[in-house]
Design a protein around this ligand. Sequence first.
Ligand SMILES: Nc1ncnc2c1ncn2[C@@H]1O[C@H](COP(=O)(O)OP(=O)(O)OP(=O)(O)O)[C@@H](O)[C@H]1O
Ligand SMILES: [Mg+2]
Length: 121
Amino acid sequence: VAGSEARFGQVFLNLLLNAAQAIPEGDPERNEVRVVVHPLGGLGRVAIDVCDTGTGIAPENRERVFEPFFTTKKADGTGLGLSICHRIVTAAGGTLTAQARHDRGTVFRVILPIVSVADDT
Ligand SMILES: Nc1ncnc2c1ncn2[C@@H]1O[C@H](COP(=O)(O)OP(=O)(O)OP(=O)(O)O)[C@@H](O)[C@H]1O
Ligand SMILES: [Mg+2]
């Protein structure tokens, strides 16, 4: 993919922090944060999934989490993390979406266009 390494770093740091913060304390054996990267067949795009086994997001909030200042974290959330992630990914020609995991937890999926080496020259 082509884009700013610092900005992509910010996107994945935000997603990983959110994933870790969604997992309740005290049961590490039953929880995981997993990152899965896979090309989307023949479409010139790559998906990066940040998956967690945390609390999940209520269906009515699944779109709202991308709004600036939307937060459910009483103490220290600004609610800006995902709105910034969304802006960076969209500006890079990609998409950022949230899905419920079948079992429990959440998957944030970043899709980015693949830039072939030939395009770079
Ligand atoms: N992996 C996740 N699992 C469950 N809920 C999530 C997850 N990621 C985000 N959320 C929900 O989306 C809200 C907004 O997330 P966002 O990253 O924008 O802000 P925040 O994490 O609350 O604050 P900040 O990013 O400034 O620390 C969170 O408060 C939380 O309710
Ligand atoms: Mg956050």
